[in-house]
Design a protein around this ligand. Structure first.
Ligand code: FE2
Length: 310
């Protein structure tokens, strides 16, 4: 491991900002000079990657920060670390799959009854501005549906999967969904249409390599949507149909919904078995058995505790 000396004055403002987020246990670790040096390197490199301009991008932002960090403080581990994410890449043979008539009438009726029973207090409003939707995460009935779907989705994906999470998405008349890649915790998404005012296309790129730091900084929405190399395809869902796609490697978006329309969708997210720590950046030191990553992972954990989950 390289010895890295960071004059504290260069980072005093960052240290103050981050130290406000850190747990008492981490603050104690900062008393150790070696930990402090790595902590300061981690802060500088997280700042260097900066913000990523699309929704759900915290995983890739952290992946880029980790690569920069290892390149600087322990380059001998960089190649193995990067290669370790191969399980989160789709198989070359992966194709989007449409499922017709996913649930029987009784289940469909129960789903609609759950939607109609939701109180204002159950609706999460934090995506009204950017998506024009109310959401509800991991409702017990939808969790049970997701458990029931797990064997089918594993079979379709051609690998053993585990459940990430699910959410109900109630798009209203201002519904839209800008292009983005999902976090690998939602590597495989089953997008189920409950009901809608009319068909509303969703557009997918082919599976692509994860963009690196420079691509992130140069990224722009219109350039992506008009890039022929993305091989965009469009799909329309009807009620009781679902699409299985690979949202962490396929860009996807919806144009604004027809004014005054609505679309109620359920998103069931899955990821590969044995990747429980790999999909959680604050556990990468443990997953890779690399203690040198711990100061960086501690910052990721602090971000998560402070609501920056991604
Ligand atoms: Fe998505």
């Amino acid at each position: 491991m390289r010895s890295v000396i960071y004059p504290a004055y260069r980072f005093s403002r960052s240290v103050c900002y981050v130290s406000n987020m850190l747990s008492e246990a981490i603050k104690d670790r900062l008393e150790d000079r070696e930990y402090l040096d790595l902590h300061l390197a981690a802060i500088a490199l997280v700042a260097k990657v900066g913000e990523v301009p699309w929704y759900d991008a915290h995983f890739l932002r952290r992946f880029e920060a980790a690569k920069l960090y290892l390149a600087e403080v322990a380059p001998e581990y960089l190649e193995g670390f990067t290669a370790g994410f191969a399980p989160l890449r789709p198989a070359a043979s992966f194709e989007i799959c449409t499922l017709n008539a996913l649930f029987d009438d009784a289940v469909r009726q129960e789903i609609r009854a759950v939607v109609q029973s939701l109180s204002d207090a159950q609706l999460e409003r934090h995506e009204v501005k950017d998506f024009g939707r109310d959401v509800v995460h991991d409702h017990p009935f939808f969790l049970q549906l997701q458990r029931d779907l797990l064997p089918l989705v594993s079979e379709l994906a051609g690998r053993e999967l585990v459940m990430g999470y699910n959410f109900l998405s109630l798009y209203g008349g201002l519904g839209q969904c800008a292009p983005h890649l999902d976090e690998p915790m939602s590597m495989y998404t089953l997008d189920y249409c409950i009901e809608q005012s009319g068909t509303w296309p969703i557009h997918f790129s082919k599976p692509v390599a994860w963009p690196g730091s420079s691509a992130m900084q140069a990224w722009n929405e219109e350039g992506l949507k008009s890039d022929p190399a993305m091989d965009w395809t469009s799909h329309e869902l009807r009620p009781n149909q679902a699409l299985l796609f690979n949202g962490s490697s396929q860009w996807h978006y919806r144009e604004p919904i027809t004014p005054g329309g609505y679309c109620n969708l359920l998103f069931f997210h899955f990821y590969p078995a044995d990747c429980e720590k790999l999909v959680r950046p604050h556990l990468w030191a443990e997953h890779f058995e690399l203690s040198v990553l711990q100061p960086l992972c501690d910052i990721f954990a602090a971000e998560a505790e402070n609501g920056r989950l991604g």
